[in-house]
Ligand binder design. Structure first.
Ligand SMILES: NC(=O)C1=CN([C@@H]2O[C@H](COP(=O)(O)OP(=O)(O)OC[C@H]3O[C@@H](n4cnc5c(N)ncnc54)[C@H](OP(=O)(O)O)[C@@H]3O)[C@@H](O)[C@H]2O)C=CC1
Ligand SMILES: O=C(O)[C@@H]1CCC=N1
Length: 273
């Protein structure tokens, strides 16, 4: 990918994941700056990756070609307007990773800048196993789209969406969904403990089963996921009873309700921030 000078505004979990992916794949550290109000996360980034750090957003932005907007959604407006008041933003590419803030709203926050790509990554990006959805308005150049796609590909798979509203679908299916799987695993671990396993063994049993199941899905793209399920489900056996219990208790409705709740919240956030 092109090695443009890039600044991360907000040095939290997601920025650290992306920076780690970039550095691991050879992006020059002297072209990466991170900015954050408090020092500890910056110091860790400096010592782990030798990138540039600053507590002044303006300083990070000044010399950068690309600005990654990586603060919490409720802080975005204040942060962007302070930037816009203090430094020229013309000619820069903005890449937002924030949930629930549309590009038109980001443009307002940035004093009319329109060169904005919106992305939705997830926390497995920290292991290079992320999934990121991207959207760019039609006026964003092919070169800028390519840069944004290459950037997020440093930490996993990427998928572009044509309509901005589909970013909320990405949130429901991939941005938030690691937490659904954790909730499921927590419940399984608890039940395994009730059945007599100690905490660590219960965790090992469920985590290894999940990892193996995920790998089976990835390594067998020719098989529908339902076919992989069928392979586990012996006729008259144990799995059939467990799966039947899920189905009789509305697993499909439960999952679609949860995903719709995530979309609804993203839509509410778009009005709030
Ligand atoms: N976590 C997730 O699963 C995902 C999160 N996102 C999005 O990523 C964004 C960041 O989330 P995440 O990394 O999890 O959050 P974190 O809280 O880990 O990181 C946000 C960082 O922003 C810093 N910050 C606060 N105010 C400012 C400011 N004015 N200028 C610069 N930096 C500031 C905070 O510093 P300090 O701690 O010192 O206050 C903190 O380090 C959010 O918009 C979220 O919607 C997107 C996809 C997935
Ligand atoms: O919960 C959130 O709002 C963010 C966006 C996706 C994952 N975490």
């Amino acid at each position: 990918m092109q090695h443009r000078h890039i600044a991360f505004i907000g040095a939290g979990n997601m920025s650290r994941s992306i920076i780690s992916g970039m550095c691991n794949s050879g992006y020059p550290a002297d072209k990466i700056t991170a900015s954050n109000p408090s020092m500890p996360k910056l110091s860790a980034l400096k010592s782990d990756f030798s990138i540039q750090i600053t507590q002044q957003n303006e300083q990070a932005v000044q010399d950068a070609d690309v600005i990654v907007l990586a603060v919490k959604p409720q802080l975005m407006e204040q942060m962007c307007s302070t930037l816009n008041d203090n430094v020229s933003l013309n000619g820069k590419l903005f890449i937002s990773i924030a949930a629930g803030i549309e590009t038109s709203r980001l443009s307002e926050m940035l004093g009319g800048q329109t060169n904005i790509v919106r992305t939705m990554p997830n926390t497995p990006s920290s292991l290079g196993k992320g999934m990121t959805g991207l959207f760019a308005p039609a006026h964003v150049s092919q070169a800028d789209k390519e840069y944004a796609g290459d950037l997020m590909a440093q930490v996993g798979e990427v998928a572009w969406v044509e309509k901005e509203s589909m970013i909320n679908g990405v949130i429901a299916a991939a941005g938030s969904s690691p937490a659904y799987f954790y909730a499921f695993l927590e419940a399984m671990q608890k039940e395994a403990e009730s059945q007599g396993f100690d905490h660590q063994t219960a965790r090992l049993l469920v985590q290894q089963a999940m990892l193996g199941a995920a790998e089976m899905v990835c390594h067998n793209p020719q098989l529908e996921i339902s076919e992989l399920r069928a392979q586990v489900t012996s006729k008259g056996g144990t799995t059939a009873k467990a799966v039947e219990h899920f189905q009789n208790n509305g697993i499909d409705t439960l999952v679609s309700g949860a995903m719709q709740a995530a979309v609804t919240r993203a839509e509410e956030m778009a009005k709030l921030f």
